[in-house]
Design a protein around this ligand. Sequence first.
Ligand SMILES: Cc1cc2nc3c(=O)[nH]c(=O)nc-3n(C[C@H](O)[C@H](O)[C@H](O)COP(=O)(O)O)c2cc1C
Ligand SMILES: Nc1ncnc2c1ncn2[C@@H]1O[C@H](COP(=O)(O)OP(=O)(O)OP(=O)(O)O)[C@@H](O)[C@H]1O
Length: 289
Amino acid sequence: MTSAHTERPPAVRGAGVPSSNLWWGLDDIPADWGPCVATVGVFDGVHTGHQQLLRTAAAQGHQWGLPVVLVTFDPHPARVAGPARDTSSLTSPQRRADLARESGIDRVLVLAFDRELAGETADAFARRVLGAGLRAVSVVVGEDFRFGHGGRGDVALLRTLGPELGWSVTAAQLHPHAGVRCSSTGVRRALATGDVRGAAEMLGRPHRLEGCLLAACRRGGSRLHLIDPTAALPAPGHYRVRVTRPVAGPGPLLRVRITERGGVLVPIAAPRPGTGWSGPVGLDFLEPA
Ligand SMILES: Cc1cc2nc3c(=O)[nH]c(=O)nc-3n(C[C@H](O)[C@H](O)[C@H](O)COP(=O)(O)O)c2cc1C
Ligand SMILES: Nc1ncnc2c1ncn2[C@@H]1O[C@H](COP(=O)(O)OP(=O)(O)OP(=O)(O)O)[C@@H](O)[C@H]1O
């Protein structure tokens, strides 16, 4: 049996108010849960393609009077299985859940992606998670969705299992950006070249880095201590960012520097405990500066 729990974060993480719509594993699902509409995938970017898919799932839930659940994985499956590739994080599970909620998702189930889960067959995963766990009556995924050991599960398998497990399948068309499928990979590539505007176009919002400000550099500036050390950094250089804080919301525009060594230097004094600046901040990357 695959371990159901991924690591629960401390009470406050990220620059947003902690999400209350998260389940950290199958054990968190209430015993009387179901039926529901379910969608599955990493959804790291929650980019415009994902948003379109999520709105399709949300519209179905609305029409049928059912809650909509997004099943996601942490860490990114490609850190555990398959060929090595850039899996730097565009969102934390908490932020993913906040963004998913904006597209009409009611609950987010985070599954710890470990070697054991990577070894589970698509058939077994569908039965255990979508069937027994969520009691899904509708599964909504992109038409190229793959899952299960070796990525062998697909839309056709979900459709084959439908009559037995009681769900219908919607395979959503893939939303393009500049003529190619909008993808988290595309967003990571844009950030890696410093194209934060292009990344924002694909995301439908600026890319955000979340962290705490530390007094660690000269001339009164601060260093951003990233909450997630695997967060996707824009290429070294200067950028105009909007600072956001929990509850207080959008703050000032600043010019920050990403160093060659992956430091994030912010030209404001580090906060003192008890000031409005203490606690986590988010930097929304608007444009090169
Ligand atoms: C039960 C399970 C087993 C998986 N095993 C593998 C694997 O062996 N190799 C691999 O590259 N990906 C594996 N994956 C990851 C999937 O290929 C895919 O990345 C994941 O389902 C998320 O879909 P998405 O990338 O479309 O968001 C597995 C996924 C699941 C749910
Ligand atoms: N452009 C898109 N339009 C609609 N649905 C999409 C799009 N891209 C991905 N999806 C769907 O969203 C779900 C999550 O996909 P996934 O997280 O793998 O997206 P991705 O952006 O391609 O990620 P990566 O680039 O890291 O592989 C899957 O069901 C997938 O089919």
